[in-house]
Write a protein that binds this ligand. Structure first.
Ligand code: SF4
Length: 401
């Protein structure tokens, strides 16, 4: 097949992935159990209806990783047929040979204070140990949380992970050879103490890894005092994430009231510019939620930020249950594909590379990441010896029951 045909086939498959991300996938408990999730296959980090564990992610034939969102009424279904996993759409086979990611060995270990390591640091598909350091956001106390965000919806389960726990998990994951970087995320800590927390945590992790430099990212709210951004760099972080979520200044005020009142939208943009000077071109990420504001506004933000080396990440809108936006919906797959293709083109135009874009993210299975993979011809279907193709062989070694 010619390269053009392969690309065309890949875009068709990517469009189905976008559908599955928006509308979800049906999975019976029997199929979930057959995947071996939680035993040899890496299980999902989010709870889903049903009793059996689900794989975190599944890989389509062209090599797209789809994070599994279980939806009982979806027209897409993951099924187990004649020893293979397949995806059906309205009862007809769409993809065969669906693969799952192997479960890392450190998921079986506990920290010295008895916490399951898989709950402290989750391994993402690009070798990134992602740490949700807390599940609270101080904006909630003032009823100023972002209107789509469900971080505080289970207050009975609050936690704050310790530096020691994080260091033990990072060491286990790096020693196993499955991790190559660390990414921190979570809510805003009361009195804005997240900078101290991050500095302590990265120091403990680096000590545990013998003092060496590691690629690491901290997600913070824009600080009032910009020297706090420099402190994160001095502590050893190589990347920083400062999420605006919304570019339009009036919609930002409504959807993100805590960010507006605590820092202010213009100051947020200034913080991203300052961070670019400190961390360098391509080492900063800023998330946007797609479809709350008009498409051209999100693209305007992504372009303005790409010009100063900030990777804009258009995240699919998925309002959490219990939030003011519950019941509203993500725009159509066509709308999102168009936005993501334009976002990719803008980033490329301003000189960002796929390596920078990937390293700026904890999870690299976004739609614009896949567009980079298609355009750079590094998907497994292009049959080259890229790192991603080598990674594919690791997936093929998973043994299914
Ligand atoms: S600042 Fe972040 S964690 Fe807090 S409500 Fe907004 S999106 Fe959620």
């Amino acid at each position: 097949m010619s390269t053009a045909s392969l690309k065309s086939k890949a875009y068709e498959e990517l469009f189905e992935k976008v559908n599955m991300l928006i509308f979800g996938v049906r999975v019976s408990d029997e199929t979930a159990a057959a995947t071996d999730a939680g035993i040899t296959v890496k299980e999902g980090g989010t709870a889903a209806p049903g009793k059996a564990a689900l794989p975190f992610v599944m890989r389509t034939p062209s090599g797209f990783n789809v994070i599994i969102k279980r939806v009982e009424k979806s027209e897409y279904a993951l099924e187990y047929s004649e020893g293979k996993f397949i995806i059906t759409k309205n009862g007809h086979q769409l993809f065969s040979d669906i693969l799952f990611e192997p479960r890392p060995r450190y998921y079986n270990l506990n920290t010295t204070d008895g916490k399951p390591m898989r709950e402290i640091g989750m391994l993402l598909t690009d070798g990134c140990v992602e740490v949700w350091y807390s599940n609270e956001c101080a904006f909630k106390e003032r009823n100023e949380e972002c209107m789509f965000c469900g971080i505080n919806t289970r207050p009975q389960d609050t936690f704050l992970k310790t530096s020691r726990q994080l260091a033990e998990v990072a060491k286990a994951a790096f020693d196993e050879g499955v991790a190559r970087r660390v990414d921190f995320t979570g809510g805003v800590i009361a009195e804005r103490r997240e900078i101290e927390y991050y500095c302590d945590a990265i120091e403990a992790i680096r000590d545990a890894l013998g003092g060496r430099e590691i690629i690491s990212s901290a997600c913070v709210a824009a600080p009032r005092d910009f020297t706090n951004i420099s402190r994160l760099k001095e502590a050893g972080f190589t990347n920083i994430t400062i999420n605006m979520e919304i570019w339009d200044e009036n919609i930002f005020k409504t959807i993100c009231p805590g960010k507006e009142r605590t820092v202010g939208r213009d100051r947020w943009v200034e913080a991203l510019s300052y961070a670019s000077d400190v961390f360098g071109f391509g080492h900063i990420r800023c998330n946007f939620v797609t479809g709350i504001e008009p498409k051209h506004k999100t693209l305007e933000g992504i372009e303005r930020l790409a010009a100063i080396g900030v990777v804009g990440n258009p995240n699919l809108f998925s309002p959490a249950p219990g939030t003011p936006l519950e019941g509203t919906r993500c725009p159509t797959p066509e709308w999102n594909m168009d936005l993501q293709q334009k976002a990719y083109a803008v980033m490329r135009k301003h000189g960002l590379t796929f390596e920078q874009v990937k390293t700026a993210h904890a999870e690299t299975n976004g739609i614009h990441h896949d567009i980079w993979r298609i355009e750079n011809e590094i998907l497994p279907i292009f049959h080259n010896d890229s790192e991603e193709s080598i990674e594919d062989h690791r997936w093929r070694n998973v043994i299914h029951v």
